[in-house]
Design a protein around this ligand. Structure first.
Ligand code: PNS
Length: 149
């Protein structure tokens, strides 16, 4: 069984992330959405909300699991028996960051990273954009699959 970890802070999970999960399911038997804590970032949406809303969203998709982790993504991947990480890229800046992360994770534990290009219509959507709009009370419902609190 080929399992991929889809790691991120998902603060919040966007329709761009959803698209990567759905496309990842065409490549892998199972996708584990790993909500990691990025030590450099604070959080806007409570961790419990992010986990519960995603578990609820994917409750009828048995090939998708949602889990939380602290520490290194490679350790989380090993715990789930996964040899692959799945990530989406939107921009050149994303690509450079992903390249460094992919190399670090490969050197740490032989974990391969599979990158999928974001659909052009999703390329402008990021969690930080959603957070910004949300902070100004703008309607972001078209950008996120799970209703925000
Ligand atoms: O895309 P994001 O939201 O910035 O996700 C960041 C995340 C959680 C994937 C990243 O911070 C991460 O991998 N954290 C765990 C620590 C780790 O494994 N770092 C990479 C090797 S140094």
């Amino acid at each position: 069984m080929r399992t991929a970890i889809f790691p991120g802070s998902f603060d919040p999970f966007t329709i761009g992330h959803l698209d990567i999960v759905e496309r990842g399911l065409q490549l892998f038997d199972r996708v584990v959405i790993g909500i990691g804590r990025n030590s450099m970032k604070g959080e806007t949406f409570p961790l419990a909300f992010r986990v519960e809303s995603l578990k609820d969203y994917f409750k009828s998709e048995e090939r998708v699991a949602v889990d939380v982790y602290d520490g290194l993504t490679v350790d989380f991947a090993r715990m789930h028996g996964a040899k692959f990480l799945l990530r989406g890229v939107r921009t050149v800046q994303d690509f450079e960051y992903e390249q460094a992360m992919a190399e670090a994770n490969r050197q740490l534990d032989g974990i391969e990273t599979v990158l999928l290009y974001a659909r052009p219509e999703h390329a402008y959507i990021s969690s930080s954009l959603v957070r910004e709009l949300y902070s100004y009370n703008r309607d972001v419902s078209r950008l996120v699959p799970c209703r925000l609190p």
